[in-house]
Design a protein around this ligand. Structure first.
Ligand SMILES: [Zn+2]
Length: 277
């Protein structure tokens, strides 16, 4: 198993509350999270650092600061590169990271591997010593997006990843780079080839489940987001992975939950899943 796992915050952003909760009415979701005057809710962008032997493995990178000033304002993204600050709090620099697993290439999960936006300078890829793991299916989708989701991807990033020579396109649950302590679960309902990473830790297995279950409120099966390309498929995939989570007493680590970082999951007699705090 890995030595330890550490939650690492990246740049959060604000997004329309209705989009985040799919068809759940505001009368309900407004009890779970507070919206601002523009109906936006703040969404955490959490990453997870796993220290395995002498390797530092980072899962996801948050929104980062690559957005131009107009988009930064629209999404209310901080000027500070929060991921780099959070790593520094653990005496780490981006140069110290050996592997970055990107659960998918939506900008709020991978923008943090880029340098900050600057008027006169092109974006650069940070993490010069890291291999980047993306699923092959997600890579195919991101580089040839659908009109529905093309605004979620960062074409400049795809070029930089390709040019780096350090991009690994995963197709199987186990990879030789990650070794025995990591198992990649793939799903397609949120976006094709989303990776939920299961890690063997001293406190038992943990899954960084990413946007398959963005936070504890989404453990309830029918709660989806309007960013899911195939909500029914997502619900089926979520049910299958949650059954595995319950059977094996796995903790979930949530990417977008402002309040809950980890939780166990329970299933009651009616088949309803709940986060257990
Ligand atoms: Zn996403």
């Amino acid at each position: 198993m890995v030595n330890k796992i550490i939650p690492i915050e990246g740049n959060s952003f604000k997004i329309d509350g209705g989009s985040m909760f799919g068809h759940v009415p505001k009368t309900l979701w407004s009890r779970w999270i507070e919206a601002d005057g523009l109906n936006r809710v703040t969404v955490a962008c959490r990453c997870l650092l796993a220290q395995d032997g002498d390797k530092n493995i980072l899962i996801d990178a948050g929104t980062g600061t690559f957005l131009d000033p107009i988009l930064k304002e629209r999404y209310d993204v901080d000027e500070e590169h929060v991921l780099l600050t959070s790593l520094a709090q653990h005496n780490l620099k981006h140069e110290d990271i050996d592997i970055v697993i990107l659960s998918h290439l939506h900008f709020d999960h991978c923008g943090g591997v880029l340098s900050s936006w600057s008027e006169n300078k092109k974006l650069e890829l940070l993490f010069p010593n890291a291999k980047f793991i993306v699923s092959k299916k997600q890579w195919q989708r991101a580089t040839k997006p659908h009109a529905l989701d093309h605004a979620s991807f960062i074409p400049e990033l795809h070029q930089l990843l390709e040019q780096s020579g350090r991009l690994i396109l995963a197709e199987k649950p186990k990879t030789k780079e990650l070794g025995e302590n990591f198992y990649l679960h793939f799903s397609d309902g949120h976006t094709p080839g989303l990776i939920s990473t299961e890690i063997a830790t001293p406190e038992g297995p943990v899954i960084f489940i990413s946007d398959l279950v963005p936070g504890a409120d989404w453990v309830h099966l029918p709660v989806t987001t309007s960013f899911d390309r195939a909500p029914e498929q997502l619900v089926d995939e979520k049910a299958a992975l949650l059954q595995h989570v319950v059977n094996n007493n796995i903790r979930l680590c949530y990417v977008h939950d402002n309040y809950t970082v980890f939780s166990y999951v329970t299933k009651d007699d009616e088949g309803r899943y709940d986060a257990e705090y």
